[in-house]
Design a protein around this ligand. Structure first.
Ligand code: KIV
Length: 287
């Protein structure tokens, strides 16, 4: 894919509904990877709370803080100025009161410069989504499997298993659109649910294990590059980056131990007369 030379906006995401061109979205948590992703032509980057797992090593996404996500999102923004960057609102940063949710979402937008914020939504978040939309903040409403709700879900099971559950996800997607959400993210639901949300809303729908009808797809980058310990069934491993990475660092260790590194090419040269003077001072201990 060619590098992105023009800024991707929400209009580009909306256009995917009519053009049929799929929106590729990947998680990203740092400046360097963001720069490479922009060069590789990835239009949309999600600074997900999955950073709690793949960056911080937690079992769930719950412990990550807003300030940590903001730092990461700022780095991604600087690395990929042309990508559409979405910042994830962490667990506890938008619950409790609308005012608190608005304040924290605006903080994330202001501090890190993200184009959009993502919230894992239940019906009780409708007024918050409305308030954010009125404030001019683009909101991606995350439905289906909501990893931040692991406490009541009792595990990371796919959602929309029954007609009732599937209907409830669809209803909520429609209500989120009515409240002013700019896009929908649907995680771990059967393809029929993905198709129904695409058919019955007018928003761009990004799937994360939600079937082929979605206008785009997002996965955790570590999962498709063989960098995660566990991979969900919907993540396709496209490249093994772990093996060359381990080979590279092992080679560094080997060269150091073998005395091959540092070599002359890696050293700094003093001017000849300074070197001579320094060595003679070392002999006479004149400092
Ligand atoms: O945090 C994240 O990475 C996500 C995606 C898996 C959708 O929410």
């Amino acid at each position: 894919m060619p590098a992105l030379t023009k800024k991707i906006t929400l209009s580009d995401l909306r256009q995917a509904r009519t053009s049929g061109e799929k929106i590729a979205m990947l998680t990203c948590y740092d400046f360097t990877t963001a720069r490479l992703m922009q060069e590789a032509g990835v239009p949309a980057l999600l600074v997900g709370d999955s950073a709690a797992n793949v960056i911080l090593g937690h079992d769930t996404t719950l412990p990550i803080s807003l300030s940590f996500i903001s730092e990461l999102a700022g780095a991604v923004r600087r690395g990929a100025p042309n990508c559409f960057v979405i910042g994830d609102m962490p667990f506890g940063s938008y619950q409790g009161s609308i005012g608190r949710g608005v304040k924290n979402a605006c903080k994330l937008v202001k501090y890190s410069g993200v184009d959009c914020v993502k919230l894992e939504v239940a019906r009780s978040q409708l007024p918050l989504v409305r308030e954010l939309a009125d404030a001019g903040v683009a909101v991606m409403a995350h439905l289906g499997l909501r990893p931040q709700a692991v406490g009541i879900l009792g595990g990371y099971r796919f959602q929309g298993r029954t007609a009732d559950e599937a209907g409830e996800i669809l209803r909520l997607a429609i209500e989120m659109q009515e409240a002013g959400a700019a896009a929908i993210l649907l995680e771990a639901v059967p393809p029929e649910v993905g198709q129904a949300v695409v058919d019955q809303t007018t928003l761009p729908v990004i799937g994360c294990g939600a079937g082929p009808a979605c206008h785009g797809s997002v996965v955790v980058t570590h999962d498709i590059l063989n960098l995660s310990a566990r991979r969900p069934r919907f993540a396709d491993m496209v490249e093994d980056v772990a093996t060359p990475l381990k080979r590279g660092v092992s080679e560094y260790v080997r060269r150091l131990k073998a005395g091959e590194y540092p070599a002359a090419a890696h050293q700094y040269e003093m001017p000849a007369e300074e070197k001579t003077e320094f060595i003679s001072r070392l002999k006479s201990i004149e400092f």
